[in-house]
Design a protein around this ligand. Sequence first.
Ligand SMILES: N[C@@H](CCC(=O)N[C@@H](CS)C(=O)NCC(=O)O)C(=O)O
Length: 223
Amino acid sequence: MLTELDKAFYNSQKQKGVFTMIKLYGPARSSAGRCFWLLEELGLPYENVAVDLGNKEHKADWFLKINPNGKVPAMVDGDVTLFESMAINYYLTEKYKPEFAGTNVGQKANTQQWSYWAVAELQGPMIEILIQKMFMPEGKKDFKLIEENEKILPQYFAVLDQALNGKKYLNGNEFTLADLNVASVASIAHPIGFDMSSYKNINAWMGAIAERPSFHKYMSLRK
Ligand SMILES: N[C@@H](CCC(=O)N[C@@H](CS)C(=O)NCC(=O)O)C(=O)O
C-alpha cells in the first residue's frame, strides 16, 4: 500500500542512515494481528519475523532476549524494543503519524482509554469463548464456561454501542487508533458466533471499518 512517494521517502531515509526497517515478531493470528493492521493502515514498511508458537519458539533464548515474557508480539524499531500489542501500536502511531492517535490531548487520552478497555475488559471473555469453541477438541469443551462468558459480554457491548451513539468513530468523524484497537477485539464476535444484531451503532461502525483496505489486508493475513 506504499505510494511511489512513500517508497522514495523511505529509500532516502535509509540512505541517510535515519531509517531502519521495523521488525514485528509473531504471527498475524495472535495478539500481533492488531500491529499488522496498524502497520498496513499507516502504510509503513515492515519485516515480519516468524515466531513459531507450535514449536515453542516464543520460549527460545533468542526470542526471550526480545520479549522476556515469552509472548508475541514484540517489535524492534532501531533502538526501541517493545512488547504488548497496544503499546507497540501507540508507539508506531506517535512516531509515524501522531494525529492517528487523536489531534488533541483529550482525544489521545480517549484512545488510551478505549485501548486499555479493549484488552482489560472486553478481550478476556471473548478469548475464553474463542478457546473453548475453536481450539478445545469435542468432548473437552466447557459449555458452562462459554455460557458464563457469553453473559458477561452484553454489558461491554452496551457500553461501546452507547459510546458510538451519534458518532461515526470513537473520536468523532475520523477513524483513529481507538477504533482500530477496539475493533481488533470486537471483531472476534464474528468467529465466536456471538449475536451482535441488537448493537446497531456497533454494526454501523464495524461496517464503516470493514470498508478500509487495511482491514481487508488484516483479515487476509489472519487466514
Ligand atoms: N497482552 C499481550 C498478550 C500477549 C499474548 O498473550 N500473546 C499470546 C498469543 S495471542 C502468546 O504469545 N501466547 C504464548 C504463551 O502465552 O505461551 C499483548 O497484547 O501483546
